[in-house]
Design a protein around this ligand. Sequence first.
Ligand code: 26W
Length: 812
Amino acid sequence: MLFTDKERFKAAFTDKIVDQLGKPLEEASGADVFNILGNMVREQAGRNWAETNRRYRQGQEKQVYYFSMEFLIGRLLGNNLLNMGDLEVVRDGLEELGFRLDDIEEEEPDPGLGNGGLGRLAACFMDSLASLGYAGHGCGIRYKYGLFEQKIVDGYQVELPDYWLQKGNVWEVRREDKSVDVKFWGRVETDVDSSGELVFEHKDYETVRAVPYDIPIIGADERHVNTLRNWSAESVMQPSKAFGMRAGSDYHKFLEYKRSVESISEFLYPDDSRYEGKLLRLKQQYFMCSAGLQSILRTFDKLGLPYTALPDKVALHINDTHPTLVIPELMRLLMDEKKMGWDQAWDIVTRMVSYTNHTILSEALEKWPVPMVRELLPRVFQIIEEINARYCAELLRRYPGDEGRLADMAIIYGDQVRMANLAIVGSHSVNGVAALHTEILRKREMRLFDEMFPDRFNNKTNGITHRRWLLHANPQLKDLIDDTIGTRWKTHPQELIGLIKYCEDASFQEKIGEVKRANKLRLAQYIESRHGVKVNPDSIFDVQVKRLHAYKRQLLNILHIMHLYNQIKAAPSMDIVPRTFIFGAKAAPSYHLAKRIIKLINTVAHTVNNDKDVNGKLQIFFLENYSVSLAEKIIPAADVSEQISTASKEASGTGNMKFMMNGALTIGTMDGANVEMHEMLGNENMFLFGLSAEQVLDYYQHGGYYARDIYNGDGRVKEVLDQLMNPGAFCCDGQDFGQIFHSLLDNNDEFFVLKDFASYVETHVEIDRAYRNRPEWLKKSIINIAHSGKFSSDSTISRYASEIWNIRPVEL
Ligand code: 26W
């Protein structure tokens, strides 16, 4: 705790304002209050941070490093106060000084250092690691620009740069003294040393300085403070050093060099689930891997242990294939710098590295062109070639003459380096992120690897931190749960199951209903402030928020809404429970179809929201710039959670878990972690629809699906699709939505939107019916909350710790 009581906090805070800003409290702005408060929190955490590090070093504790190109951490002020146990004191104290903590929290820029699920998962894991007392740290990139800020202009997505660092970052500490150099380009010279060993020397390289910025990750007991180390790329000041020994490096070249170096940590690639083989991205990946490993080895060196002890003291986890270069880079460091032989280095590396796969979408598989890797990273490429050669030889020993297998499994094939294959071969553990996803990896996508390395594959179903997504985002629900089952669930979220006892308790149901209504009112106010429209808090809040991607099928959702609208137009007296459909989604800037879908949602919203016949039965809002902070406002207010991906395509989903924890009921396909939700909830407490993964995969393999048959056979489908093309309610000239129409009919509806349409419509009718029975609905809502503890990332992390990393909590 920062402050033992409110009065002391007020005094200390007021002093700081005066001392540091040289102005009286009355003149302090919201931004001033945020900065001063943030500084106080960080200073306090600093003591525990130093102590944590001292203890880890002194006890020679095994450290886990989670390498990830994305950490979508969200705002930190509220969560840090929560984890330090200061939230109430600070809230009350500020209140008395004339400030609302909620407003102060809004002053903090939301660090958009991630695209979506993968980045947010990394952030939840950081929180759980520290909260459970594990020595686990993040290694990432300090992007100057986060994911673009989305504006909606005339219904279209417009992207603006997100310069989140503009006003500085109170949480980070620049650690100049921990800088390391990373080398690109050049060539490798081979020589024989005095003892007859081959030595490899990297010549004519370009040097990039990597400077770490550390962010303290404060655990829920406040005492464990781990480190998220994000690397920033800077130029080396003397041109001679920057270019190694290369001749002719003049000043003009230096400026060019400086610009190109700084671009490495300039921006986050805004593409989610689609791979682009861009040189700059490869540079980012190597930059992070090399800098991270060098700093890890430095820390290890201080222990004074032999390198053979490395796997006992350090675990390296790679978040998808993006940091796979950790494998050859660590080989390089061990062999070239620490003078270790191949076999021993390989044994060490593979015992240290573990890999998580986050998607089976083939368009997301990273494959780098051989010439690019060879030129940018000449020594690393040699090592990849050697890994590949040895591994392919082993393959042919096991499966003599099986060229087909070799073609599928090789790391380098044709003109490409396949990162997933390298990641599997170079690690001791490969995990999927939900039971179904892991099953698909083992039985289909990675079948041959599973056959070759049967002990390597395992499942770790994703999780979410209940501290951010319940305690912080939904304080009223937190209080109600505390009053009902006590507070142990906060450290043991599985104990939320104790709420089951109350699921039929009428007074508890009513209280749950009141909390939901309060959250809906708050969101309604937010929407009104942005859209200037009143939102009916008694309508069903039906929400789909996530990245925009064809497989996630926002299109299915909006086509269904168009159908509802058509029904109302045909029979304005139609009896339905009023619905408010809420969307939030960013599309990759180059993903044209996704952007059309955003436009369609906004067009339909405009028509429906302004049609008198609709008479409040439907409202549609597309909330711009979906982000962690917006999610915290939306999710607690949802009645219905849309998790409607084409079965087999969503590796896990984590939004699904957040909604469940906040008492929303899910309409979903049997995909990702929805399957595991359904296992606990049953058909009673969840609304399932659509094809199964098996059916989908069968269609892909054997054909037999004809979207046009559905268009011709189902009048409802024909009506909404024709509305995409013909002038009328939603469309003007047939140009706007033609691409969507063609993707469904001419490209045969890759994601089975039309195939699942009928069952989706029916299931929504069921939701309408279920909502009318308020006690039953609230009972289902309670049952959802009660089971959501299973999806706490604390459980997930405990399993990573014991089954993959072999670490235990460190007592402080
Ligand atoms: C190289 C381009 C690229 C960028 C990002 C390819 C793939 C990605 C990520 C793997 C996409 C992603 O975020 N995947 C999501 O990961 C979540 C956490 O495991 C899962 O819950 C989601 O289902 C999965 O889509």
